[in-house]
Design a protein around this ligand. Structure first.
Ligand code: FES
Length: 70
């Protein structure tokens, strides 16, 4: 999963909350809490703890609620 791969690389902050800009990272690791959501291939709010890694993915830290392109 994306979250496991990033954690293995030492990443702890996956997103920043919209209201107080507080950092969040892996918490439940089973797709329930949304603390791990990131922007993946331009799509916000992807739960990285339950999303498999695919070669060539573009993964970014999410700030706030996330915005779709277009
Ligand atoms: S860590 Fe809770 S949904 Fe991913």
């Amino acid at each position: 999963m994306i979250g496991a791969a990033l954690t293995a690389l030492g990443k702890k902050v996956f997103r920043y909350m919209s209201k107080y800009n507080e950092p969040r990272g892996i918490f439940c690791a089973i797709g329930r809490c949304t603390d791990c959501v990131m922007e993946v291939n331009g799509n916000p709010n992807v739960r990285t703890c339950i999303t498999p890694v695919v070669k060539g993915m573009v993964i970014n830290t999410q700030k706030g609620l996330g915005m779709w392109d277009g």
